[in-house]
Structure formats: C-alpha cells, structure tokens
Design a protein around this ligand. Structure first.
Ligand code: MIG
Length: 691
C-alpha cells in the first residue's frame, strides 16, 4: 500500500498520475518509520530514520556509487557537470525514490521539484536524513515484503514507461564532431563494409545552423530530406539532438514567435532571462507553461516532416554557461582586479569569479515560469525542466505520430519523464570505473521507471582504448539504448579506429542475436511496470552473498550477467546463487557452455568473450543476428537452455512501431522439456533449434 503525506502546498509535478491508488494521509506528523520529522515552514524540512547496522538502500536512479546506495550524500539538483567521480553528489537527474531493506522494509518517494538531499549514512553512518529545500512536498511511503513487488506498486502509480521503436534497440554510432553528410555516409559505409551491424547515426549540435534548434545547416546537408531517405534505404535512422536554449536572433522564427507570444522564461522585471550556451545568447522556453510547451513540442515537426523519427534532448537541466546579467558584473569586477596586486586571495578570487559563472544558483533564482496559472521561481521547480522539455516532445509526438513510436531520450530528468522518453546517463569518461558505474546505475533507473537507458559506450570524455571499448560494449549489448558516443577532441572511437574488427563484429553481432530476448523482456517490463535489470538482492533476498553483490545483474527472467570491467583481466570472480549454465560467446555463432555449481567461481573471459549465465529451467531465445534490427529473422530462432525439468519462455514480439500494445496477444509460449523437445504456442511461427 502507498500512502501520501502532503506537506505545505506541494507543487504538482505530475510524477504520480494514479492518485486514486494512493491513500491520502493528513499531515507529515503521522509519517511512519521516520523518527524525527521537522516540516519546515519557510525553511527546509528534515526527516530522519535510524538504520539497522546492515540495512541496504536501493534506488535514486541516475546517481554515482553502488547498487546499495548506503554511505553517501546524494542531492537531487539536476546539473550539467561532466566529471563523474565518486566524490560527486548530483548528476543530471532527480529520481527521488528509494527502498530500505533490513531491519524494516519500506519505500520512500519525495515528490518535490526543488532541491532534496538524501544523506544515507554520510554524516552518521547509521542514519538517514532527508532534507527538502524550502517549500511544500508530497512524501509517499510504501510498505511491502518483496522489493520487486514494491517497485511494481510504485511504478503503477507513476504510469507506464516510455516504449521506443524496435530499431532503437539497434546499435547507434555517435560522435560530437561529425561535420556533414559525407562524415555520416562514411560511418555507415564502414560499418556495412565490415559487417558490423548498425541502426542509427546520431547528429550532434553541428548539424544545426549556428546551433539553432529546428534548423539544418544547408552547407553541410544540401538536401536533408533526400539524405534522410538515402540513409533509410540502408536501414539507418538519423537521430538529431535538440538543445534547451533558443538562440536570440531576429528573423529566426522560433525566437521571434517565442518572444511575441511570451513563451520564454522571464526575470522579475518582466524581461526575458538571457543565458549563454552553445548558440551564444539564448532564452529558455518556459516548458512548464502549457501553451509554451505545446508550442515547443510542435516544433519537432520540422524534422519529423523531413523523415526523422528519433531525437535526443540535451542541455535541459538547463545547463547555463553563464547568465548575462552576472557576466556583466564579472567583467566589471575583473576590471577592478586589473588594478590590484594579485596576491593569494586576489588571484583565486579572480579565478573563481570566472569559474563560478556556470550553472550558478543565483541565476536559477532570477527567472520565472508560468506554471498552472502561478508565477513560480525557477529554483523551486528546477528539477522539472528536462522532464517538461521531453514531455513537450512526447505530447507532440502523440498528436503528430499517433500510430508510430518516435525515439526519444533526454539528459535531464525527473520521475514522470519516464512516460515520455528514456535517458542516457550523460558525459561519462573513458574510465574503467565507469563500466561498473554504468552497471550499478541500471537497477536504480529501472526502479524509477527509466527502462530505455544506456551510457555513452567507450566513454564520452577522455581518450578511450580498444580494450576499454570492447569490455564496455560487452555490458552495452544488454542495455536497451546501445550507443557509442564521444566528445569532440577525444580519441576517435568508432570500431574502425582499432585493429580487431572481428571482435567488434562479433560482440555487436551478439546484441542482434540477443534482440528477441531483450526486446521481449523490455516490453514485458514496460507493460507490467517491472524492472528489466535487477540487483541479485531482488531475486535472491535470502542469500547473503547475492544480496551483497555489486557487480552482477539479473537481466529479465532467466539471465544473469557479470561483465569484466578491469583492464588486462582475463576473467573475473562470479558468484552464482544457484547452479547456472554459462554460455561463453565468442560470436553469436560460437559459444562454449558449462554448467557451474552454485557458489564462487573464477570464470575466464578473454577480451573477445562475453559471459551469459542461464538460470535452471530457463530458456532464452536467440536470433541468428542481422546487419540491422529490420534484418533480424524471427522465423529462425535458437534457444540457449538450461532445462532440468521443463522451461517455458514467454516471448513477446510485435511490429516494433505500434503505440498500442497488447502483451497477451503478442506472447508466444515456448516450452522445452529435459529431453530437448520444443513446442511453441502463439502468434510467432518459428523454426526452433537448441544451442
Ligand atoms: O556541453 O552537444 O551530454 O552528449 O555531445 C556539451 C555536445 C553539450 C553534452 C552532451 C553530449 C553532447 C554535447 N553536449
């Protein structure tokens, strides 16, 4: 059961959309579990909970550190900061839902669009302190005895997760710096020539005319619709980026209309707030204002009309290189420094002045939204901005493309946005530790409704290496969003920059072999408000070693993964909570298998080998691969199997586009008996072989 404890006048976020399924409680003072509740009137509110020594905490979505989040201070305050070290407190998202399991078991969702701090045993290792910045909020408390079931209950009230088109499960190649059609053609050609599958190429900010949203630079793309066609003919989807800030430039229709209709965020004095981002000076569309949101969403039509069917929304924390008013102050102050002797204090004062220009608190406090008929200062709703930008697109797609799914994922997000798009996890780095971070984030994201998600494979910042990319892909082949992306100025990291083409062909090819399973598991999770990536703790709650596992995950119903994330490793330790069958893949056509007993094992995995573990009495469908998602032949399927008695797999499939989903109707039941008999019942007519 979920109970809601409102405090003050919460700002409606529309994260929870099934209010009727939640029991409304009177006030905060009745809140169970928390030992101290200090609802702040005009100041921050504080809740504290005393943990048992070995209580574990799961959730908080996109955040650094472990699957068990205990022992750190996490802050919900969406920010664009590309250095994701373990010292960080906040990233691009605010996902305020977590579960505690141990002496007691309960769930907490702090529905508050302002800043919220989760001190989970940071100040005092046995205490949780949740601090909500000034303002009202809704506190939701869930009780239950099964973690996965509790997540489902939460997910039911926040609404169904976004579902991408099936091609969105294909491999995507991206790089900040592809200049024009020719660059993109080359990327595609090189994949096709080498037999490395590919479904999409991403277009970063350079495709635009001077970084203006909803424009295409004609110098670089002389006939864009024709180019989109040319790519489609090769089964390649182009996916352009859209940034939050709108360039200030007279004669640019998005700017002109926005000013004329009053759709940009304004300051106290009624003038539009001016910030600096890639296009130079920009205004921020008021995504929280219904009319402005509808207006901005309709702008995506410009690209949809040219054949585009996927987008990524960036810079929507919103990122702010500088606020113009403050920039002027800084210039003035620098003039003063010119006259000073730069001693220790003066020098650092000057330096910090410039460093402090970006994403500055006072700037976020200086502009307003028109939200549900009220004027609301930005910092009070800061964490909703990316959510509402993506919502603006999602709502427009429902009108413009009622029958066809459009690919959409965002950088900034809040719970609720999961209904409109997925997320990628932002500017990670080419560090080995970030493979593990990618893995550890997945269950938390799923808990908060974000199923369509993935990291920049190979790492965004810094220089990658071939082995790092290979190892990262070995995790990436399981994530719904599988995209290789990197920053301008870093080492190029398309597969063909490296020597071992075959390894890339095999690993990426394996993704396409796994597609029937991954798509089926994703769709069932979305339709059933379930998780696709689970901590072992959620499946084996009574097995202490499983509960403590931080570097393995369950993927769907029958599979466990344990990727290698250390350089020069030739294998790794894996814990098996029960007997499992290991498939060690070198390609989608070449695997050796071995049944391993429950317990600890050192499992070999060379740089070209992927480990997949199957639970007893489970089977997993595999295709023969393909050069793109459309190529994958669902009429010839193989089965990975570990059958002692009997296994039944419910394989869901559909056309990959329809927005209306009927899971029951799309399921084919595949039954395998211990003696290897395969029977199938359902819409899919396939030839089955055992692998
Ligand atoms: O400030 O568009 O996270 O994926 O390549 C950098 C350029 C802006 C940040 C995104 C990244 C993208 C980059 N953008």
């Amino acid at each position: 059961m979920i109970k809601r404890f409102p405090w003050g006048k919460p700002i409606e976020t529309e994260a929870v959309i099934r209010r009727e399924a939640v029991v409304l409680m009177e006030g905060l003072l009745q809140v169970p579990f928390f030992s101290k509740v200090c609802p702040g009137d005009g100041k921050a509110s504080v809740l504290t909970y005393d943990m048992g020594e070995h209580d574990r905490i799961y959730g908080l979505g996109e955040n650094i550190r472990g699957i068990n989040k205990r022992g750190w201070l996490y802050v919900s305050d969406c920010v664009d900061d590309p250095i994701h070290t373990e010292a960080r407190h906040n990233l691009y998202a605010s996902h305020n839902f977590f579960l505690i399991d141990g002496r007691e078991r309960f769930g907490v969702f702090v529905d508050a669009p302002q800043k919220v701090a989760f001190d989970l045993g940071y100040t005092d290792r046995d205490r949780i302190t949740v601090t909500v910045d000034e303002g009202g909020f809704d506190l939701y408390i869930l009780e239950g005895d099964n973690l996965r079931q509790m997540v489902r209950e939460f997910r039911q009230v926040i609404g169904r997760s976004y579902i991408p088109p099936k091609w969105g499960f294909g491999y995507g190649q991206s790089r900040w710096g592809y200049k024009n059609e020719e660059d993109i053609r080359q990327v595609v050609q090189k994949h096709r020539d080498a037999g490395v599958p590919l479904d999409s190429v991403y277009m970063d900010i350079d495709y635009m005319e001077r970084f203006k949203d909803f424009t295409v630079d004609e110098g670089k793309f002389p006939n864009f619709p024709r180019f989109v066609e040319e790519m489609k003919a090769q089964n390649i989807h182009l996916v352009p980026i859209i940034d939050a800030g709108v360039k200030i430039e007279e004669g640019y229709p998005v700017y002109d209309e926005g000013v004329e209709r009053g759709y940009f965020c304004k300051k106290e004095d009624g003038k539009e707030f001016v910030g600096g981002v890639w296009p130079g000076r920009v205004h921020f569309p008021d995504m929280l204002n219904d009319d402005a949101r509808r207006w901005f969403g309709r702008k995506y039509k410009f690209l949809l009309d040219q054949g585009i069917d996927g987008f990524w929304n960036d810079m929507n924390e919103p990122a702010l290189f500088y606020g113009e008013d403050y920039l002027q102050e800084v210039f003035d102050k620098l003039e003063e420094y010119r006259k000073k002797e730069l001693d220790l204090h003066a020098f650092f004062g000057m330096k910090n002045l410039v460093l402090g220009l970006s994403n500055r608190k006072e700037d976020y406090e200086s502009f307003y939204h028109e939200y549900k008929g009220q004027r609301v200062r930005h910092d009070k709703v800061h964490n909703l901005y990316g959510y509402y930008m993506t919502r603006s697109a999602g709502e427009a797609f429902d009108e413009l493309e009622p029958d066809k799914r459009v690919l959409m994922f965002s950088r900034a997000s809040y719970v609720g946005m999961h209904r409109y798009g997925g997320v990628w996890t932002g500017d990670n780095s080419s560090w080995w530790s970030h493979i593990l971070m990618n893995l550890q984030m997945l269950p938390g994201l799923n808990m908060c409704g974000f199923l369509y998600t993935g990291a920049d494979l190979g790492g965004f910042g810094c220089d990658t290496t071939e082995d790092l990319l290979l190892r990262w892909l070995q995790l990436g082949i399981f994530t719904p969003l599988m995209r290789n992306h990197s920053a301008m100025g870093t080492r190029e990291q398309e597969f063909y920059r490296f020597g071992h083409v075959e390894d890339f062909r095999n690993i990426i090819g394996l993704r396409y072999a796994l597609l029937p399973y991954l798509y089926s598991e994703f769709m069932k999770a979305a339709a059933g408000d379930d998780m696709m990536f689970l901590p072992l703790a959620f499946v084996y709650p009574c097995d202490e070693e499983a509960v403590l596992s931080e570097d393995q995950l369950m993927v769907g119903s029958g599979m466990m993964i344990a990727p290698v994330y250390r350089q020069n490793a030739r294998g790794r330790y894996v814990y098996l909570p029960e007997d499992m069958k290991l498939y060690r893949f070198r390609s989608c056509a070449d695997a050796d298998t071995e049944v391993l007993k429950a317990g600890h094992h050192f499992v070999r995995a060379e740089l070209n080998e992927v480990l997949v573990f199957i639970r007893p009495d489970h089977v997993i469908p595999l295709s023969f691969g393909g050069r793109c998602v459309a190529d994958v032949d669902m009429s010839k399927l193989r089965l990975m199997h570990f059958v002692r008695d009997e296994a039944v797999y419910e394989l869901y499939d559909d056309d990959g586009y329809a927005k209306k989903i009927d899971v029951e109707a799309g399921i084919t039941k595949v039954r395998v008996t211990a003696d290897g008999q395969v029977t199938a019942e359902g819409p899919l007519k396939a030839e089955w072989t055992l692998l």
